[in-house]
Design a protein around this ligand. Structure first.
Ligand code: MNH
Length: 483
């Protein structure tokens, strides 16, 4: 009898797997389907550097060690892979940058056209928009009710998501979502999360018995959210139909031809890219900011050092904001952010395949159709590389300490040509926002809060609040005689 066909079979090799495997449904009962990647952190905890799970006819292979990750990040031998959850997103994001296959021509075209908009120097034009948007967030906070001491409590993840959503839409599409005029999240955010979660579930169901019926059911339930997202994308493009003078991302996509080939992006591909940027560009950064603020609020000595750095750079006026040139000099704040992304990489995983059949780790036969999912939170806590890996210590990212670690052991932005195009954007925005925030407010944690992590499209802290107290202009400044 022919062996049942298994997707991602790895030549029939078996790796350790959590729990006892049941016939037919495989390991489905083991992982929490609403938190597939978070559950890997507990399920995969003692399974070694490589482990597997099987759900129906789909096998997933996971990587937990820094050593195997470093090997998979060798671009000459390995490349990005699209596991089912990412493949399913292609229903929405098609051949947009994130979900494109390596050999799809629109990937190279969009990459070449858009790269110039993501260089370090390109950040100069986004800087004032980032400042303006952060200021609107601060104004929104300042207008909230306070206790007699002037302290107010804010929902960090919700408000950081508003901020990053607004920054992204203003810089990329010159579109204002009005995020700070309502307490609620913009309906686009929930519609989009809903549409994309449907995609993820569909990905998991495709190999199930009756899978086609189940995915059609999910599509029907999701139709309203999907239509809403589609209409919004149409509006974004329609707003711009007759303008050629705006040089944001959308302007480049609508008006610029490839310098060598003269090719342009198609209208459908532009829709895919807009959705891609809206999704990839905001929750990821919002989570990074929220985790950084969480760890700073829990580590008074780190918070003090970060605040001192902001004060030294920005001076006596608590409402002062950093200049473009100051942002990369805020080294401690950057380290605080890097360390938060180590413990909680907000994009929790990425997948790799070999370019030709090879022996991974010298031991595991891996063919081009096989792929492995790198579980970043496990890799970033591999005790072979990180001392006391669960503790928060920004100084791990001092240059001399980075030099001591092997290459490719810290990968929050992915790897190689398919690494994050928005890395500079995310880092510039995050450092700028953290510095301005810490300069403007004293931050106090809720002493009873224990970190809970929500797995949405990305990882974010759940129900995380801090208390903010506006800092005053120091007396010596306000008492200075004028003139
Ligand atoms: Mn981003 C790819 C993490 C911010 C746009 N991003 C990736 C990958 C990771 C990642 C990891 C690689 C995934 C893979 O190999 O399958 N991104 C992040 C993190 C942050 C982030 C942790 C914030 C912190 N990303 C941003 C921002 C933007 C953006 C901001 C846009 C403004 N990211 C992308 C795009 C890709 C990507 C586009 C796909 C790039 C490509 O394949 O060409």
């Amino acid at each position: 009898m022919a062996r049942l066909h298994i997707n991602n079979d790895w030549s029939g090799q078996r790796f350790p797997s959590p729990g006892r495997r049941k016939p037919l449904i495989g390991d489905l009962g083991v992982a929490d389907p609403r938190h597939p990647l978070l559950s890997m952190l507990t399920l995969g905890a003692n399974l070694g550097p490589i482990y597997e799970m099987q759900v129906f006819r789909q096998k997933f292979v996971f990587i937990a060690s820094a050593e195997l990750t470093a090997e998979l990040c060798d671009e000459s031998q390995f490349c990005k892979a699209l596991p089912p959850a990412i493949e399913a997103l292609r229903d929405y994001a098609g051949d947009g940058l994130f979900t494109a296959r390596n050999d799809e021509s629109n990937w190279q075209l969009a990459h070449d056209l858009l790269m110039p908009a993501f260089t370090k120097s390109a950040m100069r034009s986004y800087h004032p928009i980032m400042l303006q948007t952060a200021n609107e967030l601060f104004d929104y906070w300042d207008a909230l009710p306070t206790d007699p001491a002037g302290t107010t409590t804010v929902d960090v993840t919700r408000d950081m998501t508003k901020l990053t959503m607004e920054t992204l839409s203003r810089t990329a599409f010159s579109h204002d979502f009005g995020s700070f005029t309502s307490a609620e999240q913009h309906p686009f955010v929930s519609a989009m999360i809903r549409a994309l979660e449907t995609g993820r579930r569909k990905g998991a169901l495709r190999t199930a018995p009756g899978g086609r019926y189940l995915t059609a059911l999910l599509d029907r339930r999701n139709a309203q959210a999907q239509n809403y997202v589609d209409d919004l994308l149409d509006d974004l493009i329609a707003e711009r139909e007759h303008t050629t003078d705006q040089h944001d991302l959308l302007g480049i996509m609508l008006n610029v031809a490839h310098p060598e080939t003269g090719e342009r992006l198609s209208p459908l591909n532009i829709r895919h890219q807009i959705l891609t940027f809206l999704v990839a560009g905001h929750e990821t950064t919002s989570g990074a900011l929220s985790f950084a603020l969480y760890y700073l609020s829990q580590h008074p000595e780190c918070l003090e050092q970060a605040q001192r750095e902001a004060d030294d750079a920005l001076g006596d006026d608590p409402t002062a904001m950093p200049t473009f040139e100051q942002v990369p000099r805020l080294r401690y704040i950057r380290r605080a952010l890097d360390e938060a992304l180590r413990i909680w990489p907000t994009v929790p995983a990425f997948a790799r395949s070999p370019r030709s059949t090879t022996m991974l780790g010298g031991r595991y036969r891996m063919a081009p159709e096989d792929w492995a999912v790198i579980i970043l939170a496990q890799v970033h806590r591999d005790p072979a590389v990180w001392d006391d890996p669960d503790s928060y210590d920004p100084d791990r990212f001092l240059p001399e300490n980075i030099k001591k670690r092997p290459a490719h052991t810290y990968k929050p932005f992915g790897n190689g040509v398919r690494a994050c195009i928005g890395r500079q954007f995310a880092l510039h925005e995050s450092v700028l926002v953290l510095a301005s925030l810490l300069h403007r407010y004293d931050v106090a944690p809720d002493p009873d809060y224990e970190l809970r992590v929500d797995e949405r499209l990305t990882m974010v802290p759940k129900d995380f609040y801090v208390s903010l107290t506006p800092r005053r202009v120091p007396a010596r400044l306000s008492e200075q005689p004028v003139g």
